[in-house]
Ligand binder design. Sequence first.
Ligand code: AMP
Length: 193
Amino acid sequence: MNIILLGPPGAGKGTQAKRIEDRHSVVQLSTGEMLRAAVASGSDLGQQAKKIMDAGHLMPDDLMVEMISERIDQPDCKNGFILDGFPRTVAQAEALDRMLADKGLKLDAVIELGVDDQVLVERIETRIKETGDENRRSDDNVETLKKRLEVYHAQTAPILPYYREREVLRTVDGMASIDEVSGQIAAILEEGA
Ligand code: AMP
């Protein structure tokens, strides 16, 4: 089963991806986590990524497409994967379609977690208060979040009509409780199973 989780930063994609991972023996592929690992390793890619991520901007499409393509080829993706944070532009969505066709794979579901901007700002403020400085992502601050939301609306939200036209998009209420959101996602995945 191959799934995309879409939604603005802070919508809970990572939390839900981990729950789907546990339930369906598929792997979460988070491009944000891959980039944070590159930053931690101090590689050239990591140094480039840190500046872009801290500014709330997006990494170049070709680089991200290559990163995901290589990751999908790993043996642990054999049962399927949940894309979390990818695609983030229409160009990435188009490249993903071509890539999956080349690999003989298909998408089973594209699920959007819908959350209002104001709720996201409140969530991030709470997360900042609750997380110690040493554990906090360097892009976890209100200023960067606001930039990331702007970028989401300008560059990522246009993916929604892209998938809606292809009749694969399902939207769940990302403002419901974590368990309710998981339940809505589980129901969608069972329908398709
Ligand atoms: P995330 O953990 O998904 O919120 O991603 C954190 C940051 O990594 C984003 O704000 C971007 O700077 C970068 N990033 C992650 N995924 C992508 C992607 N698919 N395309 C471009 N940039 C990305």
